[in-house]
Design a protein around this ligand. Structure first.
Ligand code: ADP
Ligand code: MG
Length: 253
C-alpha cells in the first residue's frame, strides 16, 4: 500500500519552473532519502508534500487521500476548505533545519500546543503523551526548561517530539542536522533511526550520505527539478548510473 503517491508534480515560481514533473511512490513504513545539489528542488518537494506550497500541477495522495484539492465539476481542481486542509496537514509531520520552537514556552508546552489546539486533546492527555515522546527522544528530564537552555541537538529532538505529538502518518525531515554542532548530530540521527525501525514512513532530505545509506530503504537523486535516479542505497552509493549522480557523489563523498 502506498502511503505517499506523487504524480506529475510541477511547481513554478513566476517564470521559473522549479519542479518539472516529479513522480514518486513511498510505501507504508518505507524510508526514502532525497539527495542532490543545492537548488535542485528537494525542499520544494517536501513543502508540496505538506502543502506549505501549492503544486502548480500534478497530484499528491497521502494514505490514499488526495492532498489539498478535490475534483470540481468542470474536470479541474478545487482547493479544499481550510478546515479539511488543516485536518490533512495534521497527519503530515515536518521538521526543518531550524527548529522553530516557541522561545517563551517550556519544552512540554511546546509539545502539547498543537494537539490541544488542532486535535482538541485534553491538556492532561496531551501532557501524558508529550512526556512519553520526550522520554522516547531522551529528554524527559528537560520538560520544564526553556528551549534556549538546550543544545541544538536537544532542541531538534524536542522539535521531532513535537511533530510526533500530532501522531502523523508520515514524517518529512528537511536537512534536520545541517544547523547542528557536529557533536550533537549523531543524537538526532539516532532518534530518526529509531523512528525508522519503529515503522514510521519518512521522506528525508539530507547531506549526510553515510546516514542515508544507513537508514534509507531507497535513495532518490534529484537535479534541476527532476528525479534522475532512484535506487537502493547500497547500489546507488557503489555504482550510481546517472552521470550527474556520479559527479555529485564524487564531490560529496
Ligand atoms: P533544494 O532544497 O534542493 O536546495 P529548493 O527546493 O529549496 O532546493 O529550491 C529550488 C529552487 O527553487 C531554487 O532555485 C530556489 O531559489 C527556488 N525557490 C524556492 N522557493 C522559492 C520561492 N518561494 N520563490 C522563488 N523561487 C523559489
Ligand atoms: Mg533545501
Amino acid at each position: 500500500m502506498a502511503m505517499i503517491s506523487i504524480k506529475g508534480l510541477t511547481k513554478r515560481f513566476g517564470d521559473l519552473q522549479i519542479l518539472k514533473g516529479v513522480d514518486l511512490t513511498v510505501a507504508e513504513k518505507e524510508v526514502v532519502a532525497i539527495i542532490g545539489p543545492s537548488g535542485s528542488g528537494k525542499s520544494t518537494v517536501l513543502r508540496c508534500l505538506n502543502f506549505l506550497e501549492a503544486p502548480s500541477s500534478g497530484e499528491i495522495f497521502i494514505d490514499g487521500k488526495r492532498l489539498g484539492y478535490e475534483d470540481d465539476i468542470s474536470g479541474g481542481r478545487k482547493r479544499l476548505k481550510d478546515a479539511d486542509l488543516n485536518r490533512q496537514r495534521a497527519e503530515i509531520g515536518m521538521v526543518f533545519q531550524q527548529f522553530n520552537l516557541w522561545p517563551h514556552k517550556t519544552v512540554i508546552e511546546n509539545i502539547i500546543e498543537a494537539p490541544m489546539l488542532v486535535r482538541k486533546t485534553p491538556r492532561a492527555v496531551a501532557i501524558e503523551t508529550g512526556r512519553r515522546l520526550l522520554d522516547r527522544v531522551g529528554l524527559l528530564a528537560k520538560q520544564d526548561v526553556y528551549p534556549s537552555t538546550l543544545s541544538g541537538g536537544q532542541q531538534q529532538r524536542v522539535a521531532i517530539a513535537r511533530s510526533l505529538a500530532m501522531q502523523p502518518k508520515v514524517m518529512l525531515l528537511d536537512e534536520v542536522t545541517s544547523a547542528l554542532d557536529p557533536e550533537t548530530v549523531r543524537e538526532v540521527l539516532d532518534v530518526i533511526k529509531a523512528l525508522a525501525e519503529e515503522g514510521m514512513t519518512m521522506v528525508l532530505v539530507t547531506h549526510e550520505m553515510a546516514f542515508a545509506r544507513e537508514v534509507a530503504d531507497r535513495v532518490i537523486f534529484m537535479d534541476e527539478g527532476q528525479i534522475l535516479e532512484a535506487a537502493n542505497p547500497a547500489q546507488f552509493f557503489s555504482s550510481p548510473t546517472h552521470p550527474r549522480a556520479r559527479a555529485f557523489l564524487e564531490k560529496v563523498l
